[in-house]
Design a protein around this ligand. Structure first.
Ligand code: ADP
Length: 487
């Protein structure tokens, strides 16, 4: 059995702000049958401390950046967790990164340097102390900037390093802080350098991690290539090019038990490929929720954070045409207020054709995938994306920008792909309103050919979207790195 320590700032179902949490929670379970035993180190936020039961004290740090901290071990819903219980850093109101008003905690650098330092100490010395079990990992897998300093702390410590993998879930979030924090990071002076944590004169947590980890992965093969370019690399493309031999892309999977149209408790009628007609009842329920009347085009949906990354401004510009084509649109999304207002305004212009619910509503998102004909995802960049995977599984045809994970998981309905019965959706690029309009027209046209449309839905529903293949790739990468240690 390979022993792996995963370090992450989010884990589903305990604490989630995005796809990172889904991976953190799903990967250890998917790896169970593949010779990998994974323990996950997470901060003891209130949301975590509230729900755990029967945790065992397995380690104590007397002084972790000036605070006392315990490691509590507990099994929760099949996940082996190591909780960094440190009230000085994590016991406070708000979310994992921001206070109740949405403002970032000012000591985030220390909160996540502490998480990383704790991870590095466990990785290099095992769980020790009187209460300790002596458990030691063979490899450490860290996620995003919040855990990126683990390989940095290992590299500058006295003890030998163990193999490390860092995964980038979204390179837009880099953990960049002023150089004035450097003296407090407990690193040797020479770590503030071009091949250490120095980043354009500042301190870069993700930068340091990418420099120090043995290998780097990101959440789709296309995104792994895109981040080598200035357009997507957001300042890190030079370093990533330098390390490109150690960079791979592995797409995320979805939890096929939670997202299963044959058993989903959140939808009006269950169905599979053999009785797609039952989707009609979900469509009706969905139309009712959003106050939509029938049209002769498809019912589109959007389930998204309303941000520029997701291309929501471009979509808002195409809504009059979408309605003119006979389309309907149900939008479930929260985020940027200006974008929210654009969609509200469109709903007022087109009563009965466009409906907007500005909220985060997990059960409703299931009904939408089960009832809408197509899901619109015009992202400017998308490291992996999950909503297109849910769409595929639910027969809700994805209409996506040709970027990142969207590019790797949706097969465009080109004439050849339609003829070969291989198409699973529509993709367009580059992301402009003209190209999006063209994709909408193509979608409406094919929708009016029910045989072809149904074939495409079925093909999508047969796509591999579970964790099976990806878990095997991670397990393979782990063993490769562990083998490299011996050489
Ligand atoms: P990102 O992590 O960039 O937001 P992903 O597609 O990887 O994008 O993951 C988004 C997740 O959040 C999906 O599970 C999606 O269904 C969910 N989601 C996004 N917005 C909403 C919403 N308004 N209501 C319910 N679920 C949402």
């Amino acid at each position: 059995m390979m022993q792996v320590l995963s370090v992450t700032s989010e884990i589903y179902p305990l604490v989630k702000t995005g796809g990172l949490a889904d991976v953190g929670g799903a990967l250890p379970l998917a790896l169970k049958g593949r010779g990998v035993s994974m323990k996950t180190l997470v901060p003891g936020y209130p949301a975590v401390m509230r729900v755990i039961r029967d945790a065992r004290l397995v380690h104590t740090f007397d002084d972790l950046f000036g605070a006392r901290a315990d490691i509590l071990e507990v099994t929760h819903e099949g996940l082996d967790l190591l909780i960094l219980d440190c009230p000085a850093f994590y016991d406070r109101p708000g979310g994992p990164y921001a206070d109740a008003t949405g403002k970032d905690h000012i000591d985030n650098w220390r909160r996540f340097a502490a998480l990383s330092k704790a991870g590095a100490l466990i990785a290099q010395h095992g769980l020790g102390g009187e209460a300790g079990t002596g458990w030691r990992p063979d490899l450490v897998h860290v996620h995003d900037w919040q855990a990126a300093m683990v390989p940095v702390y290992m590299r500058y410590a006295e003890a030998p390093e163990i193999p490390s993998l860092i995964t980038i879930h979204n390179i837009a979030f880099q953990g960049r802080f002023g150089a004035d924090i450097f003296p407090h990071l407990q690193l040797p002076d020479h770590a503030f350098s071009i091949d250490g944590v120095e980043y354009y004169g500042d301190v870069g947590f993700l930068k340091g991690g990418l420099q120090s980890a043995w290998a780097i992965s990101t959440v789709s093969p296309s995104y792994a290539e895109e981040i080598l370019t200035p357009e997507y690399g957001m300042g890190l493309e030079g370093l990533l090019n330098y390390r490109s031999a150690d960079l791979t892309g592995i797409v995320n999977g979805i939890d096929a038990d939670i997202w299963n149209p044959a058993t989903d408790p959140n939808i009006a009628a269950h169905y599979g490929t053999e009785n797609l007609k039952s989707r009609e009842r979900n469509k009706q329920a969905l139309a009712e929720r959003f106050g939509l009347v029938d049209g002769d085009g498809p019912l589109f949906c959007v389930i998204s954070r309303l941000t520029l990354q997701k291309g929501m401004d471009l979509l808002a510009e195409t809504l009059d045409e979408l309605v003119a084509l006979g389309g309907r649109l149900a939008v479930l999304g929260a985020g940027d207020k200006d974008l929210e207002n654009l969609f509200h305004a469109a709903a007022v212009r087109h009563p009965g054709a466009i409906g907007v619910i500005a909220a985060y509503d997990e059960p409703l998102s299931h009904l939408m995938q089960a009832g809408a004909d197509a899901i619109l995802i015009p992202s400017r960049f998308e490291p992996c994306g999950l909503t297109q995977l849910y769409g595929l599984r639910y027969g809700c045809v994805p209409v996506v920008a040709r970027t990142g994970g969207l590019n790797d998981t949706v097969i465009d309905a080109s004439p050849a792909a339609i003829a070969a019965r291989a198409a699973t959706g529509f993709s367009f690029g580059p992301v402009t309103t003209d190209n999006l309009r063209r994709a909408l027209r193509r979608t409406v046209r094919l929708y009016k050919e029910p045989k072809l449309w149904t074939a495409m839905q079925k093909q999508g529903m047969k796509s591999e979207v579970s964790w099976e293949g990806s878990a095997a790739l991670y397990a393979g990468l782990y063993s490769e790195l562990i083998a490299r240690k011996g050489t």
